[in-house]
Each structure stands twice: as structure tokens, then as C-alpha cells.
Design a protein around this ligand. Structure first.
Ligand SMILES: Nc1nc2c(ncn2[C@@H]2O[C@H](COP(=O)(O)OP(=O)(O)OP(=O)(O)O)[C@@H](O)[C@H]2O)c(=O)[nH]1
Ligand SMILES: [Mg+2]
Length: 395
């Protein structure tokens, strides 16, 4: 931006300013003025006048006129033309990706639906149901089949069911019964009538009478609630020559634990109460607390109990901190799916299974292969199972 300097004369200062404004615009600046004489000839007949000198900003170079709407449109088009191929390519790529994902999902869904409806899976579901496995356990197995087996592989039902039997076996956790001999006190808790007293008698005999190396054992019972309970366990004690004592208070329990401190093992039979009877459970827990430091607690469950009830019982007895499950009355049912499902659901290990009323015979350490052999409808390959789930010999 520049300046234009001007000089002009007029009769008066005011007139000179007006002329300047008229000629150069309102922005005109007058920097100085002086009195002069104007007109005349050789200095004669001249009139007094005023001369002003000033400056004015030179008009700016006008900006280019705004692009006409048409021009703008054209520019836009030009830009779009320049970038469009790139955008198109990216978009096409994204669309291709989406399409391929959708196809994959469709194929997977279709394959999952096809697998779900596959007769082999239907048959496995039927077999699991027949064996009393819980719906949740069955779902886990079928989900795993769908994940690990192709549609073609599902055609080979024998191979499929062999794998399922292996999976069932793998889901069973066996308690190391060698642990039992390590703690001096063995406490068996559980709901009413499941066979706690009978099992305590069987275990006392197993460790104190029939073992290769017999231990010095005692039986304590805290069941003074049920009529005949004391007599029942005393009878077993007399037959097996194992002393039986009844305790009703924590002090009494302490007294016996102190009295029997040199004894190898003390088996404690507990009161059979419904797991819903929290008050009694609480009292019993208090009573047992004195023994807990050197005791291991185990939960007796009947194989004839429904899966949901088994799970609830396991939950209710959790405050006792039981280490394993003792399954009784296995002789009363051919099905083991409920036990396997419930134990797997709560992540509990099985220590012993009882399959009859006879003391001391009807008890053995839990073994995966024995449970699998009880599965009905499945092809059980004895040799393979023996190999796959070989348990160590105990005692
Ligand atoms: N068939 C079968 N019966 C059993 C087994 N274990 C125990 N019984 C029977 O189940 C019934 C109850 O057994 P108990 O040992 O008294 O059961 P409990 O859990 O001590 O019962 P409460 O003390 O009343 O809670 C008895 O008739 C036992 O002979 C078993 O493994 N199989
Ligand atoms: Mg009892």
C-alpha cells in the first residue's frame, strides 16, 4: 500500500480542504498549509490564497472478485475429481472387508446351525440327558463339539462319542486320598440320611481294621439329636473294636482331642441336618471349630440327589471348608451325570464312593474310570480309559 502526496490552492483553507476531499476522498490528510498569492501577471493583480499539502492512501489493489458460484462449483468438482479415486478405493476396500466378514459370520452361523442340528450332536445330547448331566454341562460339551469338530468329522459318531467320554473323564477331579491320613481328625458333614454314620464306620474300618498297615483310630459322634444315632455308631464301634464317644459341647470335643492326641486318626460323625437349617449348621460349625486346626472336613452327598440340589447343598456347606466329596448310595442309581456335573460346576474333587450298606466293604477311593464305566449308552473303551485315567493306588 502507497501514499499519494498532493498540493492544491484555494481562496481559503476551508475551500482547499473541501477541494482535496472532493478530489481524493474523505480519507485525505492535510499535512501543512501556507498563505500564498494566486493568479495575476508577473506578481501583479494576484489574490491572496491558501496552499495545502497533504497525502492520501493510494487505493488498494482491489482483491480479485469473489469467485462466481459457478466457479466454486467447478473448483469443488476439480477437488473431488482429484481425491475421488482414492476415496473410492478406500471405500471399496472397507466394503469388501465388511462383505467378507459378513460372509464369514454367515458361514459360521450356518455351520453352527447345521452342526447344532446334526444328528450326532443330537445323539450326544440325548446320551448326556439319559445319564442325568445338567443342562449347563450338556451345553458346554455341545459347544466344545461345535468348536472342535467339523461337519465332516461329525459323521464319525464313534470317534465323537469317544472324545466326549474323554472330556467327561477330564472334567472329574479326584481327591488324593493320601492326604486323608495326613490330618489326625476326619470330619464328615452332609445333609440328613445320606449315609454319614455308615460312611464314618466304613472309613474307620478302612484305616483301622482292614488296611495293610492298621492305624490306631477312634470315632467321635456329635449326633445326640436323632433317636438311635448314638446306638447306631456304637454298634459299629463294638463290631470293629473301635472306641466310640459322644460329644455335645466344644469343651467335650477339646477334651477328647486332647485325650486322643496320640491316636493316629479320629473320625467324627456329625449331626444330619438339612443344609437349609442354618442355625444348627452354625452351632455345629462352632462345635467343630476346636477340631478344625488338625482336621480335614469332607462332604457326604447321595448319588440319588438331583443336580440342582447337589449344587445348593455344596454351597450351603461351604462354610465348613470341606476338601472333598464323598458320594454315597451309588448302588441306588445307574446315573452319575448329576454328580459329575455338580462337582465340575463347583470345582470340587471326589474322594470316596460308597455303593452299598455293607460296612466296611462298600466304599472305595473315587476313580474316574469307575465313573465313566457307569455311563449308559456311551461306548466305553476299557483299555483306553484305564490308560487315560490311571489313578494311583492308595493305602
Ligand atoms: N444303598 C445304600 N444305602 C446306604 C449307603 N450308605 C448308607 N446307606 C443307608 O442309608 C441309611 C442312612 O444311613 P446313615 O449312615 O444313618 O445316614 P446319616 O447321614 O448318618 O443319617 P442322619 O445321621 O440321620 O443324618 C441307612 O439305612 C444306611 O444303611 C450306601 O452307600 N448305599
Ligand atoms: Mg448319622
Amino acid at each position: 500500500m502507497g501514499y499519494q502526496v498532493f498540493t492544491l490552492q484555494a481562496a481559503t483553507l476551508e475551500e482547499a480542504r473541501t477541494q482535496a476531499r472532493l478530489r481524493y476522498g474523505n480519507q485525505v490528510k492535510v499535512s501543512q498549509h501556507r498563505d500564498v498569492r494566486s493568479g495575476g501577471l508577473f506578481g501583479l493583480f494576484s489574490r491572496p490564497a491558501v496552499e495545502i499539502t497533504g497525502w492520501v492512501l493510494e487505493p488498494e489493489t482491489k482483491p480479485a472478485p469473489a469467485a462466481a458460484p459457478r466457479d466454486l462449483e467447478e473448483t469443488k468438482k476439480e477437488i473431488l475429481t482429484l481425491t475421488a479415486p482414492k476415496q473410492d478405493e478406500t471405500l471399496r476396500e472397507v466394503l469388501r472387508e465388511v462383505q467378507s466378514l459378513r460372509e464369514k459370520l454367515d458361514t459360521r452361523e450356518a455351520s453352527s446351525i447345521k452342526k447344532d442340528a446334526h444328528p450326532s450332536i443330537g445323539k450326544i445330547r440325548g446320551l448326556l440327558y439319559e445319564n442325568d448331566f445338567s443342562p449347563a454341562y450338556t451345553e458346554k460339551i455341545t459347544d466344545r463339539i461345535k468348536k472342535e469338530f467339523s461337519l465332516e468329522e461329525l459323521e464319525d459318531f464313534e470317534a465323537l462319542q469317544d472324545r466326549v467320554v474323554d472330556w467327561i473323564g477330564e472334567s472329574v477331579c479326584v481327591y488324593d486320598t493320601q492326604e486323608i491320613g495326613k490330618s489326625q481328625v476326619y470330619i464328615l458333614v452332609g445333609p440328613t440320611g445320606v449315609g454319614k454314620t455308615t460312611t464314618i464306620a466304613k472309613l474307620a474300618a478302612r484305616y483301622g481294621v482292614t488296611a495293610r498297615v492298621c492305624r490306631d483310630v477312634r470315632i467321635l459322634t456329635i449326633d445326640d439329636f436323632r433317636i438311635g444315632a448314638k446306638e447306631q455308631i456304637e454298634k459299629y464301634g463294638i463290631c470293629m473294636h473301635i472306641p466310640v464317644n459322644m460329644v455335645t459341647t466344644p469343651q467335650e470335643l477339646k477334651k477328647y482331642l486332647s485325650l486322643y492326641r496320640d491316636v493316629d486318626m479320629i473320625f467324627v460323625d456329625t449331626i444330619g441336618k438339612s443344609p437349609r437349617d442354618f442355625a444348627t449348621l452354625g452351632e455345629m460349625r462352632e462345635l467343630l471349630d476346636g477340631a478344625f486346626k488338625k482336621a480335614s472336613v469332607h462332604l457326604a452327598l447321595s448319588a440319588t440327589t438331583k443336580t440342582v440340589d447337589l449344587i445348593e447343598i455344596m454351597q450351603q456347606f461351604e462354610p465348613f471348608g470341606y476338601e472333598s466329596l464323598v458320594i454315597t448310595k451309588l448302588d441306588e442309581t445307574p446315573r452319575v451325570g448329576n454328580i459329575i456335573s455338580a462337582a465340575a460346576h463347583r470345582g470340587k474333587a471326589l474322594s470316596f464312593v460308597c455303593d452299598g450298606q455293607r460296612v466296611p466293604e462298600n466304599i472305595r477311593a473315587a476313580a474316574v474310570k469307575q465313573l465313566l464305566q457307569r455311563l449308559t449308552g456311551f461306548r466305553i473303551r476299557a483299555e483306553h480309559i484305564e490308560e487315560q485315567f490311571a489313578e494311583k493306588e492308595e493305602l
